[in-house]
Design a binder for this molecule. Structure first.
Ligand SMILES: Cc1ncc(COP(=O)(O)O)c(C=O)c1O
Length: 433
């Protein structure tokens, strides 16, 4: 009850409306209803609860959006906050952005730090996971011959970042190949990284959740094992898909550097991200927009971008409030349930396959599915044509299929429709002898 009252005050303001002066009455009522559910109540399959969450978004009723892993929509209250700050900024940009809104930057940093379980002084707010991770990748001091271990299934932007250093400075990249996927053997996942660590390894780059298939990697165990083999190794984590989707605290991962998107599972405005650098490493990481003292021990040195959208950054705080009103664990359980709802009903269909685990230790919201004999774009097209179901076609290394990703605003009815259309596609395919 205490937590609920606390959250209520946080989201709606004491006395009801003061913290969200820009939100409509419908939004306020919707939020009151969401907050009326006791936090300890298990709502994983409570469709009434999730119907209220759906109302908090403005998702299209004409398209079933199963491409949420790319970028997520914002709740209406976040969209309203953005409009509010944008209008305010346009009254006198330098005054309202640089004098008024900038005052709140530290409050946003603290909110993100609370959610991440770390010190505010370890968090820089930036535009996306690419910017955060490239700050690390391009900002670390490495010499010719130093080795970086990463995987072929890491995100292309990050592969490009390290490969630029390989071309330019002669560092050496060693690749883990996660094949086959999914992998439900924790020891094997750890061993793949440890085997490639040698005396010259300086960095191990790990994607917490592989974007193509949703494979969750045991980052903590990997960090411990690679550091045990070579104590000079530093671990960089790509948490684009786990921040605000999976319940964890950054310091518990045992890593040194981390980048995440906020416009994915946190549902913050498009073009928001987070860089985390362990306090003791901040001074030694170079910035990509240098200040008077690029090696100072202040996380804010990574925010010296020049003019950018303050309204976008300020609306992040409202996304955190909305997220906290639900809670990460609830979100994680619901997304796992929705994804498994789909997979368990399709696994026995002829020619159907998935490259995603059903186990919560190795997966989350993302499912990679396919039919033998069908290309990714054919399946993507069939889902769209037969059911206006929008997915993401994938052809990457050992991964072929479509990525189906529900979100917290997805009602079970939409998952039922996805299952029905997949069954329809299966029955129209010629069965192989
Ligand atoms: C694993 C992973 N890392 C990094 C990124 C880049 O994220 P952003 O678009 O926020 O730069 C993505 C984007 O989908 C991703 O899936």
């Amino acid at each position: 009850m205490q937590r609920r009252n606390f959250l209520q005050n946080l989201v709606l303001g004491t006395g009801g409306l003061s913290a969200l002066p820009f939100a409509s009455q419908a939004t306020q009522q919707n939020l009151q209803c969401i907050l009326s559910y006791a936090p300890e109540k298990d709502v994983t399959t409570d469709e009434d609860y999730w119907a209220q969450i759906q109302l908090a978004y403005s998702a299209s009723p004409n398209l079933i959006n199963m491409s949420n892993a790319g970028v997520s929509p914002q709740p209406i209250m976040v969209q309203d906050a953005l409009t509010h700050y944008n209008k305010l900024s346009n009254e006198a940009p330098t005054y309202y952005m640089w004098r008024i809104l900038d005052e709140n930057r530290e409050a946003v940093r603290s909110k993100l730090a609370d959610l991440a379980g770390c010190l505010p002084d370890e968090i820089a707010i930036n535009r996306n996971a690419t910017e955060a991770l490239d700050t690390i990748i391009l900002g670390l001091d490495l010499q010719k011959g130093d080795e970086v271990v990463m995987s072929l299934q890491d995100y292309p932007n990050m592969l490009h970042g390290w490969r630029q250093r390989e071309k330019r400075e002669g560092i050496i990249i060693k690749y883990v190949n996660h094949n086959p996927l999914p992998c439900e053997d924790k020891d094997l996942l750890v061993k793949r990284y440890v085997d490639l660590v040698g005396p010259n390894t300086k960095i191990v780059h790990v994607t917490h959740m592989i974007n193509w298939t949703g494979q969750l990697l045991p980052v903590k165990a990997i960090s411990e094992a690679v550091k045990k083999k070579n104590p000079q190794v530093k671990v960089v984590v790509d948490a684009a898909h786990t921040f605000a989707q999976i319940a964890f605290k950054i310091p518990d991962l045992g890593c040194d550097y981390l980048g995440a998107s906020l416009h994915k599972w946190l549902c913050a405005p498009f073009g928001t991200g987070l860089l985390w650098v362990k306090k003791e490493h901040i001074a030694n990481l170079w910035t990509h927009t240098p200040s008077d003292n690029p090696l100072k021990d202040d996380i804010r040195k990574f925010e010296g971008l020049g003019t950018r959208s303050f309204p976008i950054e300020m609306a992040i705080g409202h996304a955190v409030n909305f997220h906290n009103a639900i809670g990460t664990l609830r979100i994680q359980k619901r997304l796992q349930y929705l994804k498994n709802y789909l997979l368990t009903r399709c696994l026995d269909l002829p020619n159907f396959y998935t490259q995603t685990s059903l186990k919560s230790e190795f997966s989350g919201a993302i499912a990679l599915v396919g039919f033998k004999g069908m290309t990714s774009s054919e399946l993507h097209g069939a889902l769209m044509k037969k059911g206006r179901i929008y997915t993401s076609p994938v052809t990457w290394e050992n991964i072929i299929g479509v990525r189906v990703t529900p979100h917290i605003y997805t009602p079970i009815k939409d998952m039922e429709k996805v299952v029905r259309v997949i069954q329809e596609i299966a029955s129209a395919l010629p069965t192989k002898p």
